[in-house]
Design a protein around this ligand. Structure first.
Ligand code: ADP
Ligand code: MG
Length: 745
């Protein structure tokens, strides 16, 4: 069955992106507040109808047709079997596959992708695909598989590895001509079972929650991508080994609702524009792919579109699930989602199997395993070799047996050594010295034996770990239950296929009915013809009305988008002008020119960068060289400099530093010369008197002579014992002048 399906897929040419719509049930809150359901779904025909409660009743509902639609009663398993299982099956055959969940926050994207993992009924695509993949491997025969998984998140245009040790680290996108765009340093874990891959997802989810302050807000603004890489090796009819690599991207996109940008400036605006940058870029890529005229597809505008370039118009098989809510208050978002999805279904991909890619890890594993096994053979491994050579060259097997140092041999040798030791120890005739020598030799031999054993065990361990990572089908492939399961699945698959075909037929029939108006029909009477034509006219008129309405709606939406963009542009222009102003006024033209010549745009990181400064001369920067003499010097001066020591002729940095004491230009101070007569007079005058005068200097009536006398008294003061003053010296208050009181006016 797989082979047949594969052949069918291999033969298929370009195929369109498959778009399905899923509407969640009304939640309790909506029911409690009495919201009306405005979504109707015809599951058989794949049609969604949306009524606008604000529009007049006469307006026809908006109708969209998709590959499949799933209403509020749909089961997770049903979705998986009908829509996702074929895609995962293709990935197992070596195609790349992508599943997107798109829609407003709270409409069931995470429910569809992940669901409730502990409840088998409510498990989403991701856990169901785990089961599917490992069951497929268990049932395979003559094939080897290697499964790896990674989990990343894009938030505000930054990529974070949800399985990385350092959660603060941001990863970069790189591109290689042979393998395309990839995330550098993204961790990949080899998974050997459903439990292991589930554990990987749990760890990633925990990291996602840890990084967020508000999980709801965070998850509605970030894109989470779970990547499963499946490598499969099998042997073709000619006995040649082939490796096919399929990559499955499971994408839970950010909420598609409009992020309000109004009023935000600076960093806030940057954040607002970045939040949905990836989503709007996704929209632009879809539009460009669909309109058929664009020669340039703006994949590079965002990290998400770059990473999933293959899935949109590339070599991948892609399914988009558009999630919508049923209630009337979500009308605007629902119609936007449906229009978005409607556009996406026209994208054409060219899926192809990735056969024998250069970077297949499985091949590296196989080569490493072969090398290790060869090493083991060299060391011995009689048992294994014997098995291998059962029907082959027995001579070789025997030869190995002789040289072999296999586990049994080692044990035997160890045993022999032990016996030898005992024999030596018990030998009474041997000299003590000789005994010791033999024993040391034995010890050395034993050590060599042990190290050989250890090396062999290590090698075996490595081989076993590597082999355990490569998964093969169950040994008893004809197992009864397995067969039954397989048959059951085939029947389900057939049933689903039939359902799908029926839906396609119905859709085709409807289309033909609409276009068959030109087919001439013969009518029995004029009346009959009038009736039939009126009916047709009415139908066409209704269609015309709905198309007109659609046009008006689209125009309105377009206007809204334009206003938004214009606002963003205004703010950005203002910022640009401010920066230009600063550059014009505060940065010299020379500096500006230098910076401009160094600036370049880094495509990988999407930012402008500066090249490091490079010297024009190429070599290291030289100091400016001074001339031998910095001043023009005459020949005479040069000659004099060599013979004369006068500093005048020396170079300007050379001085003769014999310090000459400077000639003194000041004199010591000499007191005034007093004539001897005057000096004697003064001496006499300054002679101390017997009766001391004690007149306070503060006296207002003091005249000059008194002041002099008082000075004399100060001079003689030291003659009395300190602190003791004769009673006669106590100043008499009568000596003081009377206060004059206030001066009359
Ligand atoms: P989103 O990821 O789009 O923001 P969620 O997946 O978190 O939305 O869904 C929001 C809520 O709606 C969850 O509680 C989820 O269980 C519920 N829900 C969504 N779709 C369905 C559905 N088809 N059936 C039942 N419950 C659903
Ligand atoms: Mg979610």
């Amino acid at each position: 069955m797989v082979q047949g399906a594969e052949a069918k897929m291999k033969g298929s040419g370009p195929e369109e992106v498959k778009v399905v719509v899923r509407c969640r049930p009304m939640n309790e809150q909506e029911t409690a507040s009495g919201h009306k359901r405005v979504v109707d779904m015809d599951v058989d025909r794949g049609v969604v109808e949306l009524r606008n409660v604000k529009a007049p009743d006469t307006d026809p509902p908006k109708t969209f047709t998709f590959d499949a639609v799933y209403d509020w009663n749909s089961k997770q398993q049903e979705l998986y079997d009908e829509t996702f299982r074929p895609l995962v099956e293709s990935v197992l055959c070596g195609f790349n596959g992508t599943i997107f969940a798109y829609g407003q926050t709270g409409t069931g994207k995470t429910y569809t992708m992940e669901g409730i993992r502990d409840d088998p009924e409510q498990r989403g695509v991701i856990p169901n695909s785990f089961e599917h993949i490992f069951n497929h491997i268990a049932r395979s025969s003559n094939q080897q598989y290697l499964i790896r998984s990674s989990y990343l998140e894009i938030y505000q245009e930054e990529i974070r590895d949800l399985l990385g040790k350092d959660q603060k680290k941001r990863l970069e996108l790189k591109e290689r001509p042979d393998t395309g765009v990839y995330v550098k340093d993204l961790q990949q874990f080899v998974c050997k079972s459903v439990n292991e891959i589930q554990h990987v997802m749990t760890v990633g989810n925990q990291n996602r929650a840890v990084g967020a302050t508000n999980m709801n807000l965070h998850s509605s603004r970030s894109h989470a991508i779970f990547i499963i890489t499946i490598e499969c090796s099998d042997v073709d009819l000619k006995g040649k080994g082939h490796i096919r690599v399929g990559k499955l991207n499971l994408v839970d996109l950010a909420g598609s609702e409009r992020q309000s940008k109004t009023g935000s400036v600076g960093d806030r605006l940057k954040e607002a524009t970045k939040i949905n940058l990836s989503l709007s870029a996704l929209g632009n890529v879809i539009s460009a792919l669909v309109d058929g005229k664009s020669t340039h597809i703006p994949y590079r505008d965002s990290k998400l579109t770059r990473l999933l370039q293959d899935s949109l118009g590339g070599n991948s098989k892609t399914i988009m699930v558009a999630n919508i809510g049923p209630a009337s208050y979500n009308y605007d978002e629902t119609i936007t989602t449906l229009r978005y999805a409607n556009r996406a279904k026209n994208i054409k991909n060219k899926p192809k199997i990735n056969e024998d890619p250069k970077d297949a890890i499985l091949r590296e594993y196989q080569q490493e395993l072969a090398r290790l096994k060869a090493q083991l053979t060299q060391r011995g491994g009689k048992k294994k070799k014997k098995k291998k050579h059962v029907e082959g060259d027995t001579a070789e097997g025997e030869e190995e047996e002789e040289d072999g140092v296999d586990e049994e041999g080692i044990l035997q040798q160890q045993h022999e050594l032990e016996e030898e030791r005992n024999r030596i120890l018990n030998d009474q005739h041997m000299i003590e010295e000789e005994k010791q020598r033999y024993l040391t030799e034995l010890k050395d031999k034993e050590a060599v034996l042990i190290s050989t054993k250890e090396a062999q065990e290590k090698l075996l361990g490595r081989i076993q770990t590597m082999e355990s990572k490569l998964l093969c089908g169950g040994k008893n492939i004809i197992d009864h239950t397995n067969e039954q399961q397989r048959a059951l699945q085939q029947r389900t698959q057939e049933l689903m296929e039939q359902k799908k075909r029926e839906r396609e037929m119905l859709q085709l029939l409807e289309k033909e009915e609409e276009s068959s108006c030109e087919i001439a029909s013969t009518f029995s009477s004029l009346q009959g013809e009038v009736e039939a034509k009126t009916r047709k006219l009415k139908k066409l008129f209704a269609k015309l009305q709905s198309v007109k309405q659609e046009m008006a709606d689209l125009h309105e939406e377009f206007c809204r988008d334009r206003v938004d963009l214009q606002h963003t542009q205004d703010v950005l222009t203002r910022e640009l002008k401010l920066k230009a102003l600063i550059i014009e006024n505060f940065i010299s033209p020379e500096e500006k020119r230098k910076i401009l010549s160094r600036a370049f745009f880094d495509d990988d990181e999407d930012v402008w960068k500066l090249r490091p400064v490079v010297r024009q001369t190429g070599g290291t920067l030289k100091r400016p060289v001074s001339s031998a003499s910095r001043r023009p010097t005459s020949e005479y001066a040069k000659m004099q400099a060599s013979v004369d020591h006068n500093p005048r002729y020396k170079g300007e940095n050379i001085m003769v530093v014999e310090l000459d004491p400077a000639v003194r230009t000041t004199r010591d101070w000499e007191g005034p010369v007093v004539a001897p007569r005057v000096a004697a007079a003064l001496e006499a005058a300054l002679m101390p008197l017997d009766d001391d005068l004690s007149i306070d200097a503060s006296l207002a009536t003091l005249n000059r002579s008194q002041a002099v006398r008082s000075t004399r008294k100060e001079k003689t003061k030291g003659k009395f014992k300190s602190g003791l003053r004769p009673p006669s010296q106590v100043p008499d208050s009568s000596l003081y002048p009377k206060s004059r009181g206030l001066v009359p006016k």
